[in-house]
Design a protein around this ligand. Structure first.
Ligand code: CS2
Length: 501
């Protein structure tokens, strides 16, 4: 930050980025406890909540809980605390226009690792009506079989008692507290990119409960069944990681110093089941859609948006692209990913009412191409071991069952394998590191085989990325192996051309 910017006032209630900006009315109660104070929550649920409160007041302040494990500085919590709980949402348009908003709905921030007991108290409090989460796929602590990972030391510690640190542990212990205190029913709302995220969360809470000592188990399961709703929902807004450029932009364009602004695209969508046991903000007035059947929205979004995002990430890294917009505007890569969206993925989704697949794809390509976002391929490519099963496994299984071999998705798997397990496969210094909790496991696994084809076959068979009927499909396995061979021998351009030939 330049000296000139340092002299600017820090963002607070008295120094807003837009003169006359109307914050929502103050909320006396924080009826929402939110786990996962990352950019996605701050640009999505918080914005919907602020807009809802501007329309209909209610006890819907948010207590934000940072759930990243480990000690260390908490820039978001500290930054917001120094700014009256505020931060700027920078809406970045394709043409370079920038708008600033300030949700202003957070009461305070807590850190799960260290303040777990306080978080449990809060979830247990009668004034808490919604416990929501954006903890990303890995925050759900499930193992390769999709069930709660009872081998995870953090999960084990949470089961053993003491202040919990995992999202599932915090919620389960908080619900236990409610049960004991006779607190009213509550809603636990997943806002993560998982299929049937509410049902999934309920199952994990049940698995945590089942692993508790006998005396605690039955009551908690009965409470979960009777007093806790877990609506399914689909969430959508691209909100990349914050960089110094965003801080400088807030200063330059809006004249305030904000250490924790959130960049986001103009588009946003939230579709969920209307099953809230203790009320909810009037999110419909902020544009949220309530429906009984979220599944088609989820399928469409997870498979087309997130599925294509992951393709652009891995193939983009191998083509030397640092950002998603660079990847999608690379004609060969963008064209191939569009082909995969139309021909390989779209046939496996159900179109929700009023949302035509072809138009949705066009809109997605436009959103991805937004150069103002600078959404990094390495960020989207991180945690592929957890994202690929959600994004690609379904389209793969369904296409193969229908007799089609999705060759671009096959190439996607070969690209993921290469990015993750081959040193120097992409320029990590220039493009950023792809992080993945399964990296060591998968690298060790493929080291048992020689040559790119044998390695990727092993990854497919034993990597836990796709169901067995996909891994064992001979023609598909051959397509993945062939892609790996071409990537290794001739590079990404040749592999992209071959996948379309
Ligand atoms: C992205 C998502 O990082 C990723 O894996 O695919 O965060 C994506 O930007 C959001 O789901 C958009 O709603």
């Amino acid at each position: 930050m330049s000296a000139q910017h340092r002299a600017l006032p820090r963002l607070t209630r008295g120094a807003l980025p837009v003169p006359g900006l109307r914050l929502p009315p103050p909320t006396p109660e924080a009826g929402i406890v939110h786990l996962g104070l990352g950019n996605f929550h701050r640009a999505h649920q918080a914005v919907y909540t602020a807009d809802a409160l501007r329309h209909t007041e209610g006890p819907w302040g948010i207590t934000g809980v940072s759930t990243t494990p480990g000690a260390g500085p908490r820039p978001v919590i500290e930054g917001m605390a120094a700014q009256d709980g505020l931060y700027t949402v920078l809406t970045l348009h394709r043409d370079g226009a920038v708008a600033a908003g300030v949700p202003g709905v957070h009461h305070r921030g807590l850190v799960a690792d260290g303040q777990g007991a306080e978080v449990v108290d809060l979830i247990g409090s009668a004034t808490t009506r919604i416990v929501s989460l954006t903890v990303t796929e890995k925050g759900y602590t499930f193992g390769a079989d999709g069930r709660l990972d009872l081998d995870d030391p953090l999960v084990r510690a949470d089961l053993a008692g003491g202040a919990p640190r995992t999202a599932i542990g915090l919620i389960a212990r908080g619900l236990q507290r409610r049960l004991r205190a006779g607190a009213p029913p509550v809603t636990v709302l997943s806002c993560d990119n998982l299929m049937e995220n509410g049902n999934r969360l309920r199952a994990l809470l049940g698995e945590f409960t089942a692993a508790l000592p006998a005396g605690e188990r039955d009551d908690l399961q009965a409470y979960l069944d009777a007093s806790v709703s877990t609506p399914n929902g689909m969430v959508d807004r691209i909100a990349p990681a914050t960089t110094d450029e965003h801080r400088a932009l807030t200063a330059r364009a809006f004249g305030v110093r904000d250490t924790v602004p959130v960049p986001a695209e103009p588009y946003k969508l939230w579709v969920m089941e209307d099953d809230f046991r203790a009320g909810r903000p009037a999110w419909e007035h902020a544009g949220a859609v309530f429906t009984k059947d979220v599944a088609p929205y989820e399928l469409m979004k997870l498979r087309l948006l997130n599925g294509a995002h992951s393709l652009l990430a891995y193939l983009g890294l191998l083509r030397g692209h640092r950002s998603i917009d660079a990847a999608v505007t690379d004609e060969l890569l963008g064209g191939t990913v569009e082909f995969a969206m139309r021909e390989e993925i779209l046939p496996t989704v159900r179109e929700p009412d009023g949302l035509a697949g072809a138009a949705y794809i066009g809109q997605l390509l436009d959103r991805f191409a937004n150069p103002a976002l600078g959404h990094r391929t390495a960020q989207v490519g991180s945690d592929g071991s957890l994202k690929i099963p959600v994004r690609w496994a379904g389209p793969l299984a369904e296409s193969l069952a229908a007799g089609r071999v999705p060759r671009v998705l096959a190439l996607g798997l070969a690209a993921y394998a290469r990015v993750l397990t081959v040193d120097g496969a992409y320029d990590e210094r220039a493009l950023g590191a792809v992080r993945d909790g399964a990296r060591t496991r998968l690298t060790d696994l493929v080291s048992r085989a020689a040559g790119p084809e044998a390695k990727v076959r092993l990854l497919l068979a034993e990597g836990g990325l796709v169901p067995q009927q996909v891994a064992q499909h001979a023609e598909f396995a051959a397509a993945v192996a062939e892609s790996a061979r071409i990537l290794d021998a001739h590079g990404a351009e040749a592999a992209l051309r071959a996948a379309r030939a």
